[in-house]
Design a protein around this ligand. Structure first.
Ligand SMILES: NC(=O)c1ccc[n+]([C@@H]2O[C@H](COP(=O)([O-])OP(=O)(O)OC[C@H]3O[C@@H](n4cnc5c(N)ncnc54)[C@H](O)[C@@H]3O)[C@@H](O)[C@H]2O)c1
Ligand SMILES: [Fe+2]
Length: 405
């Protein structure tokens, strides 16, 4: 099929998706915000009469004692709980099924996710599987969870994914080298806490990468053809907050105000992209995660400026507006100059944070398959401003080979 016809057909499909998504019951969790708000969330959970909680987290957070104050609070409030700490970055089907088995064995009636996007996503799918007996792979795609999930609460400990407010959970399937998204409004947690004080120990490279993930959500949502006035507002506010706070959070991790502002930014970017969608950056980054275990935020940061270069002819005014809220407008610049200034700023942030320009483990032999998977994800799910044909997508990915530096 000629490329122009394919693009037209998928644009019609995206248009249908945009208007039918207006019928979906998008909601936000009950929010608790500010340093210490994770303890308020514990009080709220206790007030709902939960009998036994499954806490879903990763072993590192248990080791550094991050859960302790929440566990103590739950204990004081008489809420019993068990901890499943088997989640690793880019969670797999197996890790989720192991958590589910613990939930069933222990008779838990609600779930509290404490951690980064990996723990929150794993918890979302455990909650869905607790009520739906069919395989996780059948949940991939849009609105495929038949029975509402078990009650779920979330405390993000990274400022990046926005998973505490999104309809998405991203799962890795090592048997097929695939990382897929489950997208269903039922996955939005019932309650969440944005507690910047929990993030002060996040090491600088993870702070930088997760912060660039949040920036990518804001930017891809803002240049999406499925944006709305609400997603625009959220994306612009998130971008401004990230520009004002990310470098400080990386340099001075103990600055609680900068951490809190990043937590807010990540949440706002989550609200924006859960409605407007993301784009090529994520479609390619998911494959770098599945094939080479590249951390999600790091992959996004490497890809983002290149996708913006490619997309610029079809979204110059939008990139100019992002430059404006990033404080890059001095006066008198054209839209094209401002758009370039924004892309240059993203590259400068990557350089400042020590983020590489290439993907070390990327192999030429994998590129055709990665391009096909990234194209399929983009065409079916994302209303990007400009589409590539598959040979162009391969050439695009080739720029990130270690030998292309
Ligand atoms: N559901 C969504 O809407 C959505 C959106 C974007 C990305 N994702 C997915 O989320 C996952 C990535 O999540 P992430 O970037 O938040 O990272 P992560 O959850 O994988 O955590 C990264 C590392 O940071 C550590 N860590 C987390 N919080 C810490 C803290 N406060 N102090 C010290 N160390 C801490 C963890 O132990 C882990 O080693 C990927 O699988 C990605 O695909 C989901
Ligand atoms: Fe992301």
């Amino acid at each position: 099929m000629p490329f122009a016809i394919k693009v037209l057909l998928f644009k019609i499909w995206q248009f249908i998706l945009k208007w039918s998504s207006k019928l979906l019951p998008f909601r936000t969790p009950q929010m608790f915000t500010g340093p210490g708000s994770s303890l308020q969330l514990c009080e709220h959970i206790a007030g709902t009469g939960v009998k036994k909680l499954l806490i879903v987290t990763d072993a590192m957070l248990v080791k550094i004692g991050l859960l302790k104050p929440m566990q103590d609070k739950l204990g004081q409030l008489g809420v019993s709980f068990v901890v499943y700490d088997g989640v690793l970055p880019n969670p797999t089907i197996e890790q989720i099924e192991t958590g589910l088995a613990m939930l069933k064995r222990e008779g838990c009636t609600a779930i509290l996710a404490i951690g980064g996007g990996s723990s929150i996503d794993a918890a979302k799918v455990i909650a869905a599987r607790a009520r739906n007996p069919y395989p996780i792979t059948w949940m991939a795609g849009l609105m495929r969870i038949l029975v509402p999930p078990m009650k779920l609460y979330a405390v993000p400990t990274t400022a990046g994914t926005g998973s505490e407010v999104t309809i998405a959970a991203v799962v890795s399937d090592p048997s097929t080298t695939r990382k897929f998204a489950i997208m269903d409004t039922a996955l939005v947690p019932k309650g969440a806490a944005l507690d910047g004080a929990l993030m002060t120990g996040l090491p600088p490279p993870i702070t930088a990468a997760t912060g660039m993930d949040a920036l990518t959500h804001a930017v891809e949502a803002y240049i999406s053809r499925n944006c709305t006035s609400k997603t625009d507002q959220m994306a612009l506010e998130a971008t401004a907050l990230i520009m004002q706070n990310l470098a400080e959070a990386v340099k001075n991790g103990g600055n609680v105000q900068a951490r809190q502002n990043m937590a807010q930014a990540s949440f706002k970017a989550g609200v924006a992209f859960t409605i407007a969608g993301v784009g090529y950056v994520h479609a390619i980054a998911h494959n770098f995660g599945a094939y080479y275990h590249v951390p999600h935020g790091l992959a996004n940061a490497i890809i983002l400026p290149r996708v913006l270069d490619f997309s610029k002819p079809n979204c110059t005014a939008r990139l100019a507006k992002l430059a404006e809220v990033s404080g890059l407008k001095k006066g008198g610049e054209s839209e094209a100059q401002l758009a370039d200034a924004f892309i240059a700023k993203v590259r400068a942030m990557n350089a400042e944070f020590g983020i590489p320009t290439q993907v070390d483990k990327l192999k030429e032999a994998d590129i055709p398959e990665i391009a096909v998977k990234a194209q399929s994800e983009t065409f079916w799910f994302y209303a990007v401003p400009r589409y590539m044909d598959t040979p162009d997508c391969e050439a695009f990915i080739r720029q990130m080979l270690p030998t292309a530096a």
